[in-house]
Write a protein that binds this ligand. Structure first.
Ligand SMILES: NC(=O)c1ccc[n+]([C@@H]2O[C@H](COP(=O)([O-])OP(=O)(O)OC[C@H]3O[C@@H](n4cnc5c(N)ncnc54)[C@H](O)[C@@H]3O)[C@@H](O)[C@H]2O)c1
Ligand SMILES: [Zn+2]
Length: 364
């Protein structure tokens, strides 16, 4: 088991660590019992993860003599709502959970975001632990303390910054992940290769076959490197006053494409397209070299992510969504571009005509 320490400004949050390993759920149980004594524990999970791992993990904790319950909700983004939050809190009240209790988020980003949200507001906050089970959650959503639920008006509109006490990342969970969910996580990993270490990008280029085959050793190094990059950014700007925005690379346009497809385009695929568009814009703006842009597109394509915008997706609709985002942000929508692979910067404005041209190129 490897440990990565996240150092945070103690005026805002407590520093904590990510423990990464393979097939160590018994050890996770023991560490929870030893390091986080509590009067009661509640595992929060979704219907899929509950069936696959929840009940077994409940047993592991019970065998250690802990008082534990498991709460589950129906799997999927559709459950990340205030309704589910209220239902969870009323079940926590019934179980007698108080501020000496501990919540355990066992699942993907939906479980993590919502459990973190509940933990941050239930009785003015109770401690919680993240056990991410998707690749996306292991390299991205479990780290950094952003919690949220969706509103009918949009995604993640209600939320808090609230850090977990620890993150336990067990790669064994990934073995049951669908290809679609695995690809979603790979897109975020490519993002880290583009916004931080060029050496990491090169490693990804070399390891395409291993990544496609979900080779365990390669995945372990790639996940660990991704976690280090994300934690490095979060340490500098925990509450996103500026620098943390570089983590949105590929996401501004990605979100617009995702929404324009009525969410039939998966997040990772949309982000892959957003990263390609941002690279192309970076070339037009005179920063990135065409050779580097081609390497980015090649890596994305070879990993099995899309490089072309699917037919039937309305570009005017996507541009309209961007304009709406722009209104939300004030007059300018920050766009993350690249000077080189591994050197991102926050660009203030991208002309709509240039965006149209690039999206058009990516469709034809
Ligand atoms: N807080 C943050 O900083 C942050 C960052 C990125 C994304 N997010 C949020 O994360 C969410 C997306 O996360 P996600 O992609 O993990 O989605 P998810 O939690 O919905 O999980 C995807 C699917 O995989 C299933 N699943 C989970 N673990 C599994 C396993 N080990 N084996 C088989 N199936 C498994 C789930 O039941 C679900 O059906 C979004 O709501 C997004 O807004 C948050
Ligand atoms: Zn993302």
């Amino acid at each position: 088991m490897n440990r990565i320490k996240i150092h945070l400004d103690k005026r805002l949050s407590e520093s904590h660590e990510i423990c990464i390993g393979y097939d160590f759920q018994d050890r996770i149980g023991l560490l929870i019992a030893k390091d986080f004594p509590a009067n009661r524990y509640v595992i929060v999970t979704d219907s899929n993860v509950s069936r696959l791992y929840g009940k077994a993990f409940l047993e592991i904790l019970r065998e250690l003599g802990l008082t534990v319950d498991l709460l589950e909700f129906f799997a999927g983004e559709g459950s990340k709502t205030m309704e589910t939050t209220l239902e969870l809190t009323s079940r926590l009240l019934k179980l007698g959970l108080d501020r000496h209790s501990l919540l355990i988020a066992l699942g993907g980003g939906v479980v993590g975001d919502m459990t973190g949200f509940v933990a941050s507001i239930y009785m003015r906050s109770v401690p919680f632990i993240q056990i991410p089970t998707t690749l996306m959650a292991q390299v991205d959503s479990s780290i950094g303390g952003k919690t949220a639920v969706n509103l009918p008006q949009g995604k993640n509109l209600l939320g808090t910054f609230y850090q977990p006490k620890r993150i336990f990342t067990d790669l064994k969970f990934l073995e049951t992940l669908s290809d679609e969910e695995y690809l979603n996580g790979l897109a975020e990993i490519v993002k880290y290769g583009l916004i931080d270490e060029p050496g990491f990008f090169e490693q990804l280029e070399r390891e395409v076959p291993a990544l496609r085959a979900r080779n365990r050793e390669i995945l372990e190094t790639v996940i660990e490197r991704s976690c280090r990059i994300k934690k490095g950014v979060v340490e500098i700007d925990e509450q996103e006053s500026g620098f943390r925005r570089i983590l949105n690379f590929g996401h501004t346009l990605g979100h617009a494409l995702e929404a324009a497809s009525n969410f039939t385009l998966a997040h990772g695929k949309a982000v892959a397209l957003g990263m390609i568009a941002a690279s192309r814009i970076s070339v037009y703006a005179g920063f990135l070299s065409p050779e580097e842009r081609d390497r980015i597109e090649a890596l994305i394509g070879e990993l099995g992510l899309p490089v072309r915008i699917p037919e039937g997706l309305s570009l005017p609709d996507a541009l309209e969504r961007l304009a709406m985002d722009k209104k939300k942000e004030g007059s300018e929508l920050p766009f993350i571009l690249l000077k080189k692979i591994g050197i991102p910067f926050i660009s203030k404005e991208v002309e709509t005509s240039l965006l149209e041209k690039i999206l058009g190129e990516m469709t034809s």
